[in-house]
Design a protein around this ligand. Structure first.
Ligand code: SF4
Length: 208
């Protein structure tokens, strides 16, 4: 299964924005954007202003990096969003947010989406009581997200569960702290999702 393997802080520096790809490190002084916010590589003396196309590309890349997706898969999500009724950009945002690796992250089971993806891929996560090891699986309203019984005995789970009470989870999700079971109360709406990218730029990028 393909995934993005480059040093993720470079992606933030290239985008010029904190995309919060490394969990708690993103909030501390070790964040590469805090230490050196410049894009990676050789810096020209004067930076050129981005063209409209350049701005659209940057927004699309920020979205793709945020959800840890390769271009081919991201484009598939965009095409699925286009086929749906309504506003394509908003449809895309909701589809991205419905990914299982993102839900695992939003529930506080993981510190970042990439960690969420790893938990899913390694078979630790159940949806409605059945193992789902596909990070791009789209959750539905009413789904429950829980842990494989054996995984709840791990040191990782015990440490993570201690922090459940302090986690802030979105209103469209709920979490049973005692059992470590999450539920999708309703599907998110675009206004529920704080995005680090501009949706119109992404739509324009793919509409050429
Ligand atoms: Fe981006 Fe987080 Fe790395 Fe900072 S620590 S550059 S926010 S991934």
């Amino acid at each position: 299964m393909a995934r993005y393997t480059t040093a993720v802080c470079r992606l933030c520096r290239r985008s010029g924005d904190k995309l919060m790809l490394k969990g708690s490190r993103c909030f501390g002084p070790k964040c590469a954007m805090e230490r050196r916010g410049k894009p990676p590589g050789h810096q020209p003396m004067r930076r050129r202003r981005l063209s409209d196309r350049g701005v659209q590309l940057r927004e699309k890349q920020k979205a793709r990096y945020s959800y840890g997706m390769l271009e081919k898969q991201f484009r598939r999500f965009f095409e699925a969003a286009e086929r749906q009724a309504g506003i394509t950009g908003e449809n895309l945002l909701v589809l991205l947010e419905r990914r299982l690796d993102n839900i695992v992250y939003r529930l506080g089971f993981a510190d970042s989406r990439s960690q969420g993806r790893q938990l899913v891929r390694h078979g630790h996560i159940l949806v409605n009581g059945r193992k789902v090891d596909v990070p791009s699986y789209l959750i539905k309203e009413g789904d429950t997200i829980s842990w494989k019984e054996a995984s709840t005995k791990s040191g990782y789970y015990e440490q993570m569960a201690q922090g459940f009470e302090s986690k802030v989870i979105p209103e469209w999700l709920s979490l049973d702290i005692e059992k470590g079971v999450g539920q999708v109360i309703s599907l998110p709406t675009p206004s529920d999702i704080e995005a680090k990218f501009e949706l119109p730029g992404i739509v324009e990028y793919y509409s050429r």
